[in-house]
Design a protein around this ligand. Structure first.
Ligand code: NAP
Length: 287
């Protein structure tokens, strides 16, 4: 944490609601300390109906960069002067960079997940993927899987129409086989390779919840990824592990989406040794 806040300190932050449980300040303030940069990263809770004012205020206060979380990743796109092609394709923005004429929007969620999968030797190419959920995070996951040349994407969502819309969006950009099913149609799925859980079901404090209770499901694939990082092992991952699968939680995705945002804000590439140090400190802090 920056112990020397002074007149030159630049402010970065997170906007969303709720934001009380975020660990993004730890990631960014540790990065700033290790890189010896005079920054401070602060969470800002933005109430419903206040997003426009929050962005205007952030600009007026010269806030150099913002992360955006639930529920504003889509809505914030109306407040930006430019959106990168990847964020446009995903349809959601999680990083804003200050420029004199306004904020530019990026999406670093897909890249964060990509690095996390590569680090854990999980290969999307030629894999059959099942995505559980069709919200903002699922959009980034779906576009990433298609971009990395997966073989097939099945989207399972409570609201089937949202899964169908996402499947259609992916096919607008990529030539990949897609299908959409309801959570209650999970028994219809044929064997596949990787399940990526993108709903908030099972997140603290509701740690006993699991979006998929069908036992047969866990016999149909061999790698389970959950974007949730608190708890570090959700019921979904526990069940997958019990069935002998390789499992991965959302911690590294969170870390690397933050790293990518920090690099964008500062036009830098953070050395690998620093990333390792920060990651070790965070693991010691959060387990
Ligand atoms: P979102 O846009 O609100 O989408 C939520 C999704 O979950 C929707 O598909 C929704 O289904 C489904 N869902 C929610 N409650 C449900 C319930 N009770 N039963 C069945 N389905 C339910 O949220 P998001 O932005 O995609 O975020 C989702 C999760 O991903 C959160 O836990 C978030 O923390 C995590 N995440 C992690 C990272 C990371 O870096 N690790 C990054 C981004 C997000 P309907 O369409 O039917 O409503």
């Amino acid at each position: 944490m920056n112990q020397n806040i002074n007149g030159n300190t630049k402010v970065l932050g997170l906007i969303g609601n709720p934001i009380e449980h975020t660990i993004s300040p730890s990631i960014h303030n540790l990065l700033a300390t290790k890189l010896n940069m005079n920054y401070v990263y602060v969470p800002f809770k933005v109430d419903e109906g206040m997003l426009d004012k929050a962005i205007e205020g952030a600009r007026a206060l010269d806030i150099q960069g913002l992360n955006v979380t639930v529920p504003y990743k889509e809505q914030v796109m109306d407040n930006l002067i430019e959106i990168t092609p990847l964020a446009e394709q995903i349809g959601a923005v999680n990083t804003l960079k200050y420029t004199e004429s306004g904020y530019v929007g990026y999406n670093t969620d897909a890249e964060g997940l990509n690095i996390s999968l590569i680090n854990n030797s999980i290969q999307l190419e030629n894999s059959k993927i099942v995505i559980i959920g069709a919200g903002g995070a699922a959009k980034a996951v779906g576009m990433l899987c298609a971009r990395e040349k997966c073989k097939k994407i099945t989207i399972i969502n409570r609201t089937v129409i949202k899964g169908e819309i996402l499947a259609n969006n992916i096919r607008q950009y990529y030539d990949v086989e897609t299908e959409a099913l309801g959570l209650d149609e999970i028994h219809k799925i044929s064997p596949f390779d990787i399940a990526i859980q993108t709903t908030p079901i099972g997140m603290s404090p509701n740690v006993h919840d699991n979006p998929v209770k069908n036992d047969d499901f866990y016999k149909k694939f061999h790698i389970a990824v959950d974007l949730i990082y608190n708890p570090s092992k959700t019921k979904f991952l526990e069940e997958a592990e019990r069935n002998g699968m390789k499992i991965l939680n959302g911690f590294q995705m969170l870390f690397y989406q933050g790293v990518k945002a920090y690099e964008i804000w500062n036009d830098i590439s953070i050395p690998e040794e620093i990333l390792k140090e920060v990651m070790t400190d965070l693991i010691n802090q959060y387990g």
